[in-house]
Ligand binder design. Structure first.
Ligand SMILES: C[S@@+](CC[C@H](N)C(=O)[O-])C[C@H]1O[C@@H](n2cnc3c(N)ncnc32)[C@H](O)[C@@H]1O
Length: 349
């Protein structure tokens, strides 16, 4: 079963790979195009395109003589459901519902089978400053407008100052940005902030990242050597995801499900080159310098929550303290600097 078939590439591949029957489920009118794509590629006899939300789908009972077509009758569910920073769009909910209704317990396989979210500190001053300058420019234009409106028309618009400022701040300073970083932009090895097993995850697991999740806490150390030419500064964080197509390793499926002989790993991180997902950059309002001969530690937490207005969109809260110690000091040793808690809530547009 291909959930969210779109134009149908995955369904065609499934048929070409030898699937006996493929159900291609697509909610939008793209389903009509998918049907043409199946015919043009000679797989229309194997692929049944169904235009519906997968949550509402009933599979044709004639395809399952002697079996119950309404539950646990599918061997594989494949889908390209991943959004920016993995969870944006929240399509994973539909996959979990499809899995619970149609996938054979124990032996069924989800593709991708596992998903992982990662975070790392980055240097990205050019882009960070561009956004800062855009914000300053917008605020300058607003002041000119307020003065001109008062002088020319006698109308005082300054009552809207704080509303305008908040809107510009949210847009320019507190929105994450799509980015395609080079590996050299990363200042420390990435840390896993969330792992999802597609065979066992629940709707609650995939709602976001909460402070109770083990991955929510991060602790980065950036060691700046004495002979290291000024690298950095720290401009913020980058977040991205990987997905795997590998054997089931959950208790129920580990022995029962077929083994994946050629596992596949897809990364959307800087090490993997271009993908349309790219990375999400979360810029700080002020950069944090790196000092030669010192180790900078960023210790904090990340939370990812669906917005109240739209369950498909997310806010990301990053809170941390920065500290520095001489490289000769052990972790927990004497500090040269410790910041207050730095906290930003970003929207992921
Ligand atoms: C990222 S696209 C997949 C594109 C596809 N792999 C292709 O090659 O064209 C996701 C698709 O899932 C569909 N979709 C999202 N939620 C769905 C649901 N609950 N049931 C069926 N289709 C859904 C969207 O309409 C969209 O076409």
């Amino acid at each position: 079963m291909d959930v969210g078939t779109g134009s149908g590439i995955l369904a065609v591949w499934a048929a070409q790979a030898g699937a006996r029957r493929v159900y291609a489920i697509e909610y939008t009118d793209m389903a009509k195009h998918a049907k043409s794509v199946m015919e043009a590629n000679g797989v229309a006899d194997v692929v049944t395109v169904i235009q519906a939300a997968v949550e509402d789908v009933e599979l044709p009972s004639t395809d399952f003589p002697g079996e119950d077509s309404t539950k646990e009758c599918v061997d594989i569910i494949i889908s390209e459901w991943m959004g920016y920073f993995l969870l944006r769009e929240s399509m994973v909910d539909s996959l979990i519902r499809a899995r619970d209704k149609f996938l054979k317990k124990g032996t069924g396989i989800m593709y991708p089978s596992h998903a992982t979210m990662l975070l790392a500190p980055i240097t990205d001053e050019e882009e960070r400053k561009i956004n800062r300058n855009e914000y300053n420019g917008a605020m300058g234009d607003w002041q000119d407008f307020v003065e001109a409106t008062k002088g020319t028309y006698g109308v005082d618009m300054s009552v809207l100052d704080s509303h305008f400022e908040r809107e510009q701040r949210e847009y320019y300073l507190l929105s994450s940005r799509w980015a395609e970083f080079k590996p050299s932009a990363l200042l420390a090895p990435p840390q896993i902030i969330k792992s999802i097993d597609m065979h066992t995850c629940t709707l609650a697991d995939c709602r976001g990242i909460s402070l109770n999740d083990t991955g929510s806490a991060f602790d980065f150390e950036i060691v700046t050597q004495n002979n290291w030419e000024a690298e950095g500064p720290i401009s913020g964080f980058a977040g991205w995801f990987t997905v795997d197509f590998k054997s089931r390793d959950d208790e129920e499926g580990m022995d029962a499900a077929p083994k994946i002989i050629h596992p596949v790993h897809l990364t959307t991180g800087p090490e993997g080159g271009y993908t349309h997902w790219g990375q999400q950059a979360f810029h700080l309002n002020s950069c944090i310098p790196l000092i030669s001969g010192e180790t900078t530690r960023l210790k904090g937490s990340i939370e990812l929550k669906r917005t109240k207005e739209n369950v498909r969109l997310y806010n990301c809260r990053i809170a941390f303290q920065a500290s520095r110690r001489k490289n000769s000091e052990p972790p927990g040793g004497t500090l040269v600097m410790q910041s207050n808690v730095i906290e930003h809530i970003y929207q992921i547009p």
